[in-house]
Write a protein that binds this ligand. Structure first.
Ligand SMILES: Cc1cc2nc3c(=O)[nH]c(=O)nc-3n(C[C@H](O)[C@H](O)[C@H](O)COP(=O)(O)OP(=O)(O)OC[C@H]3O[C@@H](n4cnc5c(N)ncnc54)[C@H](O)[C@@H]3O)c2cc1C
Length: 418
């Protein structure tokens, strides 16, 4: 069978792959993007029905295109986000081939030998843009038993999908909190297990938190602050965009719990850390307000004062007197939703570019195997890296790197690809 040759092969046509294509194209670098499903597939089929972007439309996009028929301050529904990337790929004429899965990538002499569902490709460079949120992480805490459904948040679609009864959501990052809120609004009895989190204000003094994170340089932080690697960020664009406030959710009838710790004889044991976690979230919230006030004063910004933003709701009973054990049957819990995050999936990668835990090893996306790159990963170069806005800038850097290191090796492949 004839072997196709390409200069740079990008694997995955989510936002990171589309961004990569734009920056390679701008530099006149020949490339091909392979996507096993459709452009921005994760936004279409790996998210719940009502999901909207966490950032407003002016922020959660690439610089070259605005969202069609969407107010700048609105939060794009997930289908619109997917449509946006399809339009973007069309606009930049990205050479995307959909429905082709990469099965393996290995080194073969000077090039990469790439096996796909449609044959072999030889590539001089390979960029993995296969996403950081690929494989759901679901701790084996509660054994399977009749009458109890357990799903990961990636399989949650809407309240009607779940059996009748109360729902326990474990994990209070953006996904868990938004899902728990939706279920509460749908009339379900909801328990939410909350770990350490950062909880920024949705808006402050008339500006969205995405704006504040920008001007305060927080999106550009190079590494997480010490001991914050496992601290999730809890934010929501749902219902027009509101600050996540766990006290308010508790006062509306949600039972807030500390971290789910262990399980024995039908009883889930809860760590006594609920107040500590809530107060930590409060501290992150207040520190952002403080930094915003200082920034506004120092830069003479005429932004409306907002003293109400510092007013705390009363503690709900479940916070003042926390529940430390939940008997699932007695509580009527018929579903557990694990909103416990994701990990990467590099089953196809046959190169020595992962650490002993299977995590990519790289310097700003450049792996130690010459010609192999990662894009779209959290903290690839900065805090914003795994988000829409941030991956676009990382792709720019990597395309520049590829352009600089062009020539020399693999000249035969480059010649036949151009
Ligand atoms: C629930 C949730 C909500 C989020 N909300 C926001 C938000 O509001 N704003 C924001 O900025 N970020 C958000 N993110 C973070 C991030 O922007 C998204 O996860 C985004 O989808 C990541 O884009 P990506 O291109 O890196 O990966 P993906 O979108 O996952 O794209 C990877 C692509 O690679 C393809 N692929 C994988 N393996 C192969 C293979 N072997 N061969 C060929 N193709 C392959 C997949 O089909 C997929 O299309 C959210 C993340 C999650 C999980």
């Amino acid at each position: 069978m004839a072997v196709e040759k390409v200069d740079t092969l990008v694997i995955g046509a989510g936002q990171a792959g589309v961004a990569m294509s734009e920056h390679l194209g701008r530099r006149g670098l020949s490339h091909l993007v392979l996507e096993k499903a459709r452009i921005a597939e994760s936004w279409r089929t790996a998210r719940w029905d009502s999901l909207v972007a966490n950032g407003p439309a002016w922020h959660d996009r690439f610089p070259g295109l605005t969202f069609a028929s969407l107010d700048d301050e609105a939060f794009a529904p997930k289908e619109k986000v997917a449509d946006y990337f399809v339009s973007y790929a069309e606009k930049i004429r990205a050479p995307v081939r959909c429905g082709v899965e990469v099965k393996s990538v290995r080194r073969d002499g000077d090039a990469f030998h790439v096996e796909t569902s449609e044959g072999v490709i030889k590539a001089r460079n390979v960029v993995s843009a296969t996403g950081a949120f690929q494989r759901p992480v679901m701790p084996a805490l509660v054994p399977a038993r009749p009458g109890l459904a357990q799903i990961h948040s990636n399989a949650y679609r809407n309240p009607g999908q779940l059996p009748e009864g109360a729902v326990l959501v474990i994990g209070a990052g953006s996904s868990g909190t938004q899902i728990a809120d939706e279920l509460l609004r749908a009339g379900r009895r909801v328990y939410l297990s909350i770990g350490p989190h950062d909880r920024p204000p949705r808006r402050y003094r008339g500006k969205d938190f995405c704006w504040w994170l920008s001007v305060l340089g927080i999106w550009d932080l190079k590494v997480p602050a010490p001991n914050t690697e496992h601290v999730t960020i809890t934010v929501s664009g749902a219902y027009g965009g509101q600050t996540v406030d766990f006290r308010r959710l508790g006062n509306r009838g949600m039972t807030l719990l500390g971290r789910a710790e262990s399980y024995r004889d039908g009883v889930l044991e809860i760590a006594p850390d609920l107040m500590e976690n809530i107060e930590r979230g409060d501290a992150s919230y207040l520190s952002l307000l403080d930094r915003a006030d200082i920034y506004a004063a120092e830069n003479g910004l005429d932004l409306p004062e907002e003293p109400d933003a510092r007013r705390k709701e009363p503690d709900p009973a479940c916070l003042a007197d926390p529940v430390l054990a939940v008997n699932l049957t007695e509580a009527g819990i018929t579903t557990i939703i694990w909103a416990t995050g994701y990990t990467v999936d590099y089953g196809w990668l046959k190169l020595d570019v992962l650490d002993e835990k299977g995590r990519p090893v790289h310097e700003r996306g450049v792996s130690k195997v010459p010609g192999f790159f990662f894009v779209g990963l959290p903290w690839l170069s900065r805090r914003a890296s795994s988000f829409i806005w941030g991956c676009w800038h990382d792709a720019d850097y990597l395309a520049g790197y590829i352009a600089e290191h062009r020539g020399g090796q693999h000249a035969d492949i480059a010649a036949s690809a151009s």
